[in-house]
Ligand binder design. Structure first.
Ligand SMILES: C[S@@+](CC[C@H](N)C(=O)[O-])C[C@H]1O[C@@H](n2cnc3c(N)ncnc32)[C@H](O)[C@@H]1O
Length: 270
């Protein structure tokens, strides 16, 4: 018996877990002519912050699943597992996070203080500050995973990004974020809600930026980089459509919005 640990980085049992196990079993069946169910055991390790509701996650796992599970608490920007301890890592809609809002944005004496980059009022200096933070954090993430993965192991990165040269504020999602942000700012003006410096630490990178960060890190080779339709995309699209209907009254520019990008990147450890 061999044990094949697989690591789903972030909580949430989605269809991708079953798909990955099916794909590994299929390859094993074709490669060896043997029955994988008799030969391979799977272990799925779920990672999230320590304050994540791991018990809720475990209770939601499907009955009759074909894998053993465990929680791995801790920030994925550092090491959370022993060296060479897993074979496939999956980061599902979490590769866009940074560890913090860039310091230039939080420093009251900085000209970039309290500036957001995702929405209208786009500014190159603000974007650079977010990109620098994202590059540093993502490099740490790749370094940590490269230590934890077995040689030749795979990382599957699913997430939201931008096509080269497209600003977040030009996509429908960015316009909706603008709309929600403007509403919160109105509340802040009325002292109902303190919105200042309440941004989520994230950065939706362009394809070229993602490729460059991975290349400069040097620990992985990009096996595939695809613009995909994610299984969740339909539900997300419906949610955005609902908001769009409301927003359209105020934002006629949504009609001319540019497409965003849902990516699947497959990295092989060098
Ligand atoms: C958008 S959710 C995606 C959850 C899940 N992968 C899914 O597809 O349903 C992002 C998750 O990333 C987690 N997260 C963000 N930054 C993290 C970090 N530095 N370390 C570990 N987890 C993190 C958040 O706590 C949150 O649960």
């Amino acid at each position: 018996m061999s044990t094949t640990p697989q690591w789903v980085m972030i909580g949430g049992e989605g269809p991708e877990m079953k798909n990955i196990i099916d794909a590994v079993e299929d390859k094993y069946r074709k490669g060896t002519g043997q029955n994988p169910e008799e030969d391979i055991e799977f272990q799925v390790l779920f990672n999230d912050f320590t304050n994540n509701g791991f018990n809720t996650l475990f209770q939601a796992l499907p009955a009759g699943r074909r894998y053993y599970t465990a929680g791995v608490p801790g920030s994925f920007f550092g090491r959370v597992l022993p060296k060479q301890s897993f074979h496939i890592g999956v980061i599902n809609y979490a590769f866009h996070f940074t560890s913090k809002i860039p310091k230039e944005i939080t420093d009251r004496d900085s000209p970039l203080w309290n500036r957001d980059m995702h929405c209208t009022g786009f500014d190159e200096a603000v974007k650079k500050s977010y990109l620098d933070q994202y590059s540093a954090d993502t490099t740490n993430l790749l370094d940590a995973r490269a230590e934890e993965l077995v040689p030749g192991g795979l990382m599957l990165l699913l997430g939201s990004g931008l096509r080269d040269g497209v600003k977040m504020s030009e996509t429908a999602k960015g316009m909706v974020m603008d709309f929600i942000g403007a509403s919160l700012n109105d509340l802040a003006q009325l002292h109902i809600y303190n919105f200042i410096l309440n941004y989520t630490p994230l950065y939706f990178a362009e394809e070229g930026e993602l490729r460059q960060i991975i290349k400069e890190n040097g620990k992985f080779t990009i096996e595939a980089f695809e613009d995909i339709i994610h299984p969740y995309a339909d539900a997300m699209r419906k949610a955005f459509e609902l908001v769009e209907v409301k927003a359209r009254e105020e934002f006629s520019r949504i009609q001319n919005s540019k497409p965003g990008m849902q990516y699947l990147i497959v990295l092989r450890k060098n």
